[in-house]
Design a protein. Structure first.
Ligand SMILES: [Zn+2]
Length: 545
């Protein structure tokens, strides 16, 4: 393979979508990224199932779909200890792009990318993403650089700044300013790293763009929704302008070093029309029983003792608590009458069988098939929309034993605009609702722009996240490892935005953009009495994303 470039700059625009970029280009808010887009091969990048940060960025890093890389959600289950824990880089089952470059004697700078804790042992500098258990953990592989960075950038943080939706325009403005400071310091950190490392790949991931899109979607004023406050729109536009300026500094750096540029997002974004109660769905299907009065005490006890334990660990400064959350403290159901439960999951139904109540392999097999079919057919009672893009038995689809890795037995990915989630107010039996703190959510179509020799400019790319690593390796003249499922992206005919080379034969059908064209809406439940359980708005869905 002929190397076309010696270096690649990756700009991680978390949650970046053309729905936001195009209006911002048109309004003159993001002139530098607009320029990059105009010079580049650009188009859409399809996310993973489920389309959440750790799953998607791991597909970027490995060139594989989740069935192979093994990350299916933020967490995995430890069924022996009846608890679940965060997935980290240790749970990725294949080599990552950074490891592969390291094995070829190349150096890597990676700043704030999820699923890079613990940091891969490669030459260069890795500041892990905010999924690392604390700031000290995130910088643990580059302490001397981190000390210099702290001196130059005292406020440097990779913290999630958008935990809830700001209540007032003033509060929104404050969070926007913190985000701007973070975007600037991320770019400065990369420029400092450049003076120390002769890098082959340099990546800066702007994670808090995702938070802004989740919490301040209406203020972006991009989808013809209800009129937002003009002050709020000014704040978010200023933050996007700052992001554009931070990217401009990095684009300049790439130009000075003769590097190719790959700007991408891990998923798209759009308005969140509805949230869905996954455990409620399982209850409505008869797979889970709600708690009767007496057993609620036990559930509350587990919840409180979980909280107390986390508080104690925090006080001791334990950065990586061995037990994150117990199942009993997250799912309040009657375990003796429950065969399926979802302990965690955002934008998906991550369903586990309750092994204590499923006694035979045959029963487990039939339950997995039945629940997958049930979720596949589930529809929203008000709109008739399907809730899940695809629901499947993990063992069957991926030919693996999900229990070995603590992964769910059944997985179903949300359709665009409808966020299924395990977390729900235990007092509420509503199956759907609107989360006022979450006006925006992930959509399947992300973005990509590539500026590199041989890549013609225009809207000519269509690919999936797993295609990016093989594309990068091809640019660098490094053989693409056989395990990678993605294919190098090549520009398709201008205007058509189609790159057939990017589609591997195993590409799941579910990744089509419009998965259910022309299908008439049907009610979610065949039994009308179950529909009565639907309540439009629960008091407090208690979501976070
Ligand atoms: Zn993300």
């Amino acid at each position: 393979m002929n190397p076309r470039v010696d270096r690649i700059l990756f700009l991680g625009l978390d949650g970046g979508t053309q729905t936001v970029l195009q209006p911002m280009f048109d309004r003159g808010v993001m002139p530098n990224l607009r320029g990059l887009w105009e010079r580049s091969s650009h188009g859409s990048l399809v996310s993973t199932l489920p389309m959440v940060t750790p799953v998607a960025w791991t597909s970027f890093l490995t060139g594989c779909e989740p069935g192979l890389h093994g990350i299916h959600e933020f967490f995995h289950l430890d069924s022996e200890r009846r608890c679940f824990q965060a997935n980290t880089a240790k749970n990725i089952r294949v080599d990552t792009l950074w490891n592969i470059l390291g094995a070829h004697g190349r150096s890597v700078v990676s700043i704030n990318l999820p699923m890079t804790y613990p940091a891969p042992a490669v030459d260069g500098l890795i500041i892990s993403g905010n999924d690392a258990p604390g700031h000290r953990a995130a910088i643990s592989s580059c302490l001397s650089f981190a000390a210099k960075l702290a001196a130059a950038e005292p406020g440097f943080t990779t913290r999630n700044l958008w935990k809830t939706r700001p209540a007032t325009p003033e509060e929104l403005d404050t969070t926007c300013r913190k985000t701007e400071a973070q975007f600037k310091s991320l770019a400065r950190a990369a420029i400092m790293a450049d003076s120390e490392v002769n890098w082959t790949a340099l990546m800066v991931q702007f994670q808090n763009l995702d938070g802004l899109l989740h919490r301040a979607w209406p203020e972006l004023n991009v989808d013809g929704g209800p009129a937002p406050s003009p002050a709020g729109t000014r704040s978010v536009e200023r933050t996007l302008r700052t992001l554009d300026e931070a990217c401009a500094r990095l684009i300049d750096l790439a130009d000075q070093r003769g590097a190719a540029i790959v700007a991408l997002s891990d998923h798209g974004f759009g308005p969140c029309k509805s949230v869905i109660n996954v455990n409620g769905l399982l209850q409505a299907g008869g797979y889970q029983r709600r708690l009767s009065y007496g057993t609620r005490f036990r559930y509350r006890f587990h919840r409180l003792s979980d909280r107390w334990r986390r508080y104690q660990l925090g006080r001791q400064g334990t950065e990586n608590p061995p037990v994150s959350r117990t199942i009993a403290g997250e799912v309040g159901c009657d375990w003796k009458r429950t065969v399926a439960f979802a302990p965690f999951g955002q934008l998906s139904a991550c369903v586990y069988l309750n092994q204590d109540q499923v006694h035979t392999t045959a029963r487990a097999d039939s339950l997995r098939a039945e629940i997958a079919e049930y979720l596949q057919g589930a529809r929203h009672p008000e709109t008739g929309e399907r809730l899940f893009v695809e629901a499947f038995d993990m063992a069957q689809k991926y030919g693996c034993n999900p229990a070995e890795q603590g992964n769910p037995d059944i997985l179903a990915g949300s359709v665009d605009g409808i966020q299924a989630q395990a977390k729900w107010d235990p007092r509420s039996s509503a199956l759907s609702g609107v989360d006022r703190s979450l006006p925006g959510t992930h959509y399947r179509q992300g973005i990509i722009a590539i500026q590199a020799p041989g890549m013609t400019s225009g809207p000519v790319l269509t690919g999936r996240l797993a295609d990016v690593a093989p594309t990068a390796l091809t640019f660098l003249g490094i053989d693409v490892p056989g395990f990678m499922q993605g294919r190098p992206l090549r520009p398709g005919p201008a205007g058509e935005g189609m790159n057939t080379a990017a589609f591997s034969p195993t590409r799941p059908k579910s990744l089509r953009f419009d998965p259910f064209p022309g299908e008439p809406p049907t009610p979610i439940f065949s039994r009308p009495e179950l529909r009565e359980r639907w309540v439009a708005v629960p008091k407090d869905p208690g979501t976070s994303s």
